[in-house]
Write a protein that binds this ligand. Structure first.
Ligand code: G3P
Ligand code: CA
Length: 343
């Protein structure tokens, strides 16, 4: 059994659903609010992009600069965490939505301006949900810090106790209770990490630094090798874009014939959701996790068996966050629509 099979096997043949940058069609990407919403919606995991700041912190942001997703300017790698935290990473989204809607606001109000989301904070959030969650962490390259991105990532994951193989779906916390905040270095209940990158070199670094962490090779243009279902050295799974799958759906079967899992991004349209489901992909990465879960016939809050318990009734453990309400009911599931510019 390879790292990927160990990671996925508790879930059988159903595709896992991942919130791309959080529930990012509904709320500003890479914010606590977007990830908390995704957890409430019942996703199997979170996707995030990471970059290194000038002073060596991993922050969750897609673009090389903060211009699009904040009220500031500048390159992430040239700014310190303190400098990045002077800006707001939510208001841009709501303002864009307001303009797209002709001045009226049809989306949730802006969340508090609380700076840029660090990966450390996202890991703590995931571990604190009290439910199984799989994190897909994409290291962005090229970076002026090169391999330091992966070295810092593995250091951080080790501090969170997340460099070991995945804890199976629904497994309780290290003390067996499955409730409460995990201590330093302890894995949260069922929290696991997979590293993704468009850079095969970055994945080889992860393989060398933390051999038990599964890895996904992302691509938008298939080489003959990945077209035939092979993974590059250091990778366990293939991560084609939905564009690739529309043109070359046979990649999924070819990968599976070689025992290679397939995670597809970014799957938002109903026809695409149906296609990847029919193809039997292993993971669906989406900006619209609630829509994907509904299409897959999944009930809210990760309820796979209709019991109301995330991860299934046999494995669910009590959680003060999900059961007691820190995450609470999702306020924007009623009366709030996504802005028109998201399509
Ligand atoms: O992680 C998969 C997908 O997110 C890759 O594309 O540009 O959204 O990071 P991008
Ligand atoms: Ca990404």
């Amino acid at each position: 059994m390879n790292a990927w099979q160990a990671w996925a096997s508790p879930l059988g043949s159903a595709p896992l659903v991942f919130a791309h940058r959080g529930s990012s069609a509904a709320l500003p990407e890479h914010t606590v609010a977007a990830y908390e919403r995704a957890a409430v919606e019942g996703v199997d995991g979170f996707e995030c992009d990471v970059r290194l700041t000038r002073d060596g912190h991993l922050v969750c942001i897609h673009d090389a600069s903060i211009t699009r997703t904040s009220n500031g300017r500048g390159r992430v790698t040239r700014l310190t965490l303190a400098e990045l935290n002077r800006h707001d990473y939510s208001t841009w989204y709501h303002e864009k939505a307001r303009i797209a809607n002709g001045g009226s606001v049809h989306v949730a109000p802006a969340t508090a301006a609380d700076g840029i989301l660090t990966l450390d904070r996202l890991l703590t959030l995931a571990r604190g949900t009290g439910r199984p969650l799989r994190l897909l962490i994409e290291t962005k390259h090229p970076s002026r810090y090169g391999g330091d991105v992966e070295r810092r990532l593995v250091d951080l994951l080790a501090r969170h106790g997340l460099t070991a193989p995945a804890v199976g779906s629904g497994v309780a916390g290290s003390d067996g209770s499955g409730s409460g905040e995990p201590g330093p270095g302890e894995p949260g209940p069922g929290v696991s990490v997979t590293v993704m990158s468009f850079s095969a070199r970055a994945l080889r670094r992860i393989r060398a630094l933390a051999p038990e962490i599964p890895t996904v090779f992302l691509f938008d243009i298939p080489t003959p090798s990945v077209w035939s279902g092979r993974v590059p050295e250091g990778a366990d799974l293939l991560g084609p874009s939905i564009r690739v799958i529309r043109y070359w759906p046979e990649i999924v079967r070819r990968a599976h014939d070689r025992g290679v899992g397939v995670m597809v991004w970014t799957v938002n349209e109903p026809a695409d959701i149906q296609q990847v489901r029919a193809l039997g992909v292993d993971g669906i990465i989406t900006d619209r996790p609630a829509d994907v879960l509904a299409t897959l016939g999944r009930n809210p809050a990760g309820d796979r068996d209709g019991t109301g318990l995330a991860g299934g009734s046999a494995t669910r453990t009590a959680s003060p966050e999900t059961d007691g309400g820190r995450l609470g009911p999702c306020p924007s599931t009623t009366g709030v629509s996504s802005p028109g510019w998201l399509g």
